[in-house]
Design a protein. Structure first.
Length: 446
């Protein structure tokens, strides 16, 4: 058995593995605790979880896990919240933030909420949680860095901000005239306290100590009531996994499509492994470009259309971002090996009996004299290729599209399209001339 830890912006994954032998999972959301509890882990630790955008983890999932004799620990963020709410039922809360929620010092969820980067960028925190602001300001006041009146004003101002906008930089700019603030801002790099990270490490140490001891049955004496909503959650999780297997079985019934998809899936795994090995993940601008390309291809111009598409494909915004990340990683690995692909591509064409047809077409195209045209004509030819030839809209980024098909950029793509246009035009003219000059057969009326 192993332990599972749900963690995101509070603590880097390396810090978790250094403290505890555990399977690291992204921030917890609804259904996740029930899903992992079915595997009978040695323990479950909850640090981070989603507050908005996707449904939050249910209390009943945690109660059900404890009923299965699985100790559930909580700390720092969502874990501290749920632990305070379920302490009387046996959830193990750890750390000062948990204690503050338990005794009523803290009430609001926004005290631990942060804005963070997506999974592919390591859930990097992009704002500062209010609990860490409180701990830091208190430390600064106790050490004489910040006058009491200024400390109170900083806390008041920070609490009034939305959690996404709580950054020391913005707070410092807004309160720059406050007595002692300049010295406080200068002191921050070495003096600030990361209250959530401190509590999370304490929880991991507590879990490690617990797991090092002989296992003792300690299941919850309270049986989780099987309400309609609970049964629906279980059915949704169970059926989705069964449905996924059924969808793959349907794919297997189309062996050619299955073979193509399997190759694409293997490429995805290789791209992910290489990204981890090289410590290179797609940045935000790349993900936005991939999203724009996908929405254009799929006709999802409005947000409502995108949300409908996500629901139809059993996706949420987080899993959609995972798909975009996968697409970006595959594009990167293909680009990095573009100079090595010609030989394997030719071999694959010969294996599938497509080589001779494309070779003969390339030879015929080489005989067509390519005339240089004006920019307006080139635009018309590009429109012809995408809208008429391919039946799709012109990509927003022609350079990126060119790279995706192994070309250096837009200019090479336009040259390729122009040659294709001239060849098709020549073939069409030759066919028309042939039809017009074919002599009438005997007995036919001209």
């Amino acid at each position: 058995m192993t332990a599972f830890v749900f963690v995101g912006p509070t603590l880097p994954s390396d810090d978790v593995t250094a403290a505890l032998d555990a399977t690291i999972l992204p921030p917890v959301q609804q259904g996740d605790v029930y899903r992992v509890a079915r595997e009978k882990p040695a323990a479950i630790g909850i640090i981070d979880g989603y507050f908005d955008g996707v449904p939050s983890v249910w209390h009943k999932e945690i109660l059900w896990a404890m009923e299965q004799d699985i100790p559930v620990f909580g700390s720092a963020s969502m874990g501290a919240l749920r632990a305070a709410e379920l302490a009387d039922f046996g959830m193990i809360g750890v750390g000062g933030i948990f204690q503050d929620y338990l005794n009523g010092t803290l009430h609001d969820d926004d005290e631990v909420a942060v804005l963070h980067s997506p999974a592919e960028l390591g859930f990097q925190p992009l704002s500062t949680p209010m609990v860490s602001i409180r701990a830091t300001v208190k430390h600064a006041e106790n050490t004489g860095v910040l006058p009491p009146e200024s400390a109170a004003e900083v806390l008041k101002h920070a609490k009034a901000r939305h959690y996404r906008e709580r950054t020391w930089k913005d707070i410092g700019q807004a309160l720059e005239d406050l007595p002692g603030l300049a010295a406080f801002i200068e002191w921050l790099p070495q003096g600030q306290i990361d209250a959530k990270a401190d509590d999370a490490r304490e929880m991991l140490a507590r879990m490690s100590d617990h797991l090092s001891r002989p296992r003792q049955a300690q299941g919850s004496a309270m049986r989780t009531e099987r309400t309609l909503m609970w049964r629906q959650l279980c059915d949704r999780v169970d059926n989705r996994e069964g449905q996924n297997h059924a969808v793959i079985d349907e794919l297997r019934l189309n062996p050619e499509l299955y073979a193509d998809m399997r190759i694409r899936a293997v490429l995805s795994l290789i791209a992910e492994e290489e990204a981890v090995a090289q410590d290179q993940q797609p940045d935000r601008d790349t993900l936005i470009r991939h999203m724009a390309d996908h929405r254009t291809r799929a006709g999802l111009s409005h947000k409502a259309h995108l949300l409908e598409w996500l629901e139809a494909n059993d996706l949420n915004l987080a899993s959609y971002e995972d798909i975009l990340t996968d697409s970006a990683r595959v594009e990167a690995i293909l680009a990095s090996r573009s100079g090595q692909l010609n030989g394997p591509l030719l071999a694959e064409l010969k294996r599938t009996d497509l080589y001779a047809k494309l070779r003969d077409r390339a030879h015929a195209k080489a005989k067509v004299e390519k005339a240089r045209r004006s920019g307006a004509d080139q635009l018309r030819i590009v429109l012809w290729y995408f809208e008429t030839r391919l039946g799709q809209q012109i990509p927003e980024n022609l350079d990126a599209y060119a790279v995706s098909i192994g070309l250096p950029g837009r200019e090479a793509l336009c040259d390729l399209i122009e040659t294709e246009f001239l060849y098709c035009q020549t073939e069409a003219n030759a066919s028309l001339a042939q039809d017009q000059t074919t002599p009438a057969q005997e007995g036919e009326v001209e």
